[in-house]
Design a protein around this ligand. Structure first.
Ligand SMILES: NC(=O)c1ccc[n+]([C@@H]2O[C@H](COP(=O)([O-])OP(=O)(O)OC[C@H]3O[C@@H](n4cnc5c(N)ncnc54)[C@H](OP(=O)(O)O)[C@@H]3O)[C@@H](O)[C@H]2O)c1
Length: 284
């Protein structure tokens, strides 16, 4: 596994890049590419919803199309950014074109395997499967990437540069682990939201007014996340430093430990991983 924190650079390949699907995730990737210097004329987007097409054209100046087959014409990289349920039909419609032009196919759909995508596109394709997460919409996400055997060094660089617009990137060499990536970072923001919800409820129970409870919790989550990412110290060390013997933090941490907090996190991530496996199988 290799993690990259490099700032984004323009996409290395000179051939245009086609997005199939122009929804939330595509929009945030396109915004990142444009701000990193990729020319708008090199970005082609297929999106069936007219209002989304117009917004993409107005906001970024990219070329928009109603049909995927028109968007992929002349594009060296195809980015599949549609919902998993429609992925098979979308790919099968593009299979003839994929065989003729052999693009790099990049998928951000949860639970669709590289093997499925390759098969639906007719076989023999270079495929990078990615798992971004919702903070990508703010450029603060993290994406796990897996490349099949057909992807060379250029294809990896291309995919990494593309996803760098959503935040950090981490290469995963064993595709079976992509379900664990989904369970950890894909679903992970919701775990932090759950903790924030529970802390807010507990703060109100102590008598704090709603707005005070929310401000105290949100800023605590933000501050803790910044310490985790900016201090170079592992989480256990940061926790030890704020846990004085016999103090208030220790009283809370002991309660979490006695309630089986760590085992619960392990079980939650086990169940999310298993659900990811089941969903992949269901899409086939
Ligand atoms: N949002 C996230 O944080 C996140 C995180 C990780 C992974 N993902 C993955 O990213 C993918 C896209 O998610 P999203 O949140 O961006 O979804 P979204 O906002 O629903 O965007 C998908 C867009 O693709 C359009 N579309 C459907 N069929 C199409 C076709 N044949 N050709 C071209 N466009 C088509 C959809 O139009 P209609 O509405 O008319 O169907 C929709 O506008 C999903 O597979 C999801 O699993 C998202």
């Amino acid at each position: 596994m290799t993690a990259s924190t490099n700032p984004q650079s323009p996409i290395p390949s000179s051939a245009p890049i086609a997005f199939i699907g122009g929804g939330n995730m595509a929009r945030s990737l396109i915004g990142g590419l444009i701000s990193a210097g990729t020319p708008a004329s090199a970005i082609r987007v297929a999106e069936p919803v007219a209002a989304l097409r117009e917004a993409l054209m107005r906001d970024f100046g990219v070329l928009v199309f109603e049909e995927a087959i028109d968007a992929v014409a002349g594009a060296g990289t195809w980015v599949f950014a549609v919902k998993p349920q429609v992925m098979r039909a979308v790919c099968e419609n593009l299979a003839v074109q994929a065989r003729a032009t052999r693009p790099l196919s990049v998928s951000i759909a949860a639970g669709i395997t590289a093997e499925q995508l390759d098969r639906w596109l007719g076989g023999g394709n270079a495929v990078v499967r990615c798992m971004p997460n919702t903070p990508a919409l703010l450029g603060a996400g993290v994406t796990g990437l897996f490349a099949n055997a057909q992807v060379g060094a250029d294809g990896r660089a291309q995919a990494e540069s593309l996803l760098a617009s959503a935040g950090k990137t981490v290469w995963i060499e064993d595709e079976a682990l992509m379900d664990a990536v989904t369970a950890v970072s894909g679903s992970g923001p919701a775990y932090v939201f759950l903790l924030a919800e529970a802390m807010e409820a507990a703060a109100r129970r102590q008598g704090l007014p709603d707005d005070a409870a929310r401000a105290l919790v949100l800023q605590t989550v933000l501050g803790a996340a910044r310490m985790l990412t900016e201090s170079n110290e592992p989480p256990d060390e940061l926790r030890r430093r704020v846990t004085s013997p016999g103090g208030t933090t220790q009283a809370a941490i002991e309660t979490f430990e006695a309630g089986g907090f760590r085992d619960l996190v392990v079980k939650a991530i086990d169940n999310a991983t298993e659900r990811g496996r089941q969903l992949s199988a269901a899409n086939d």
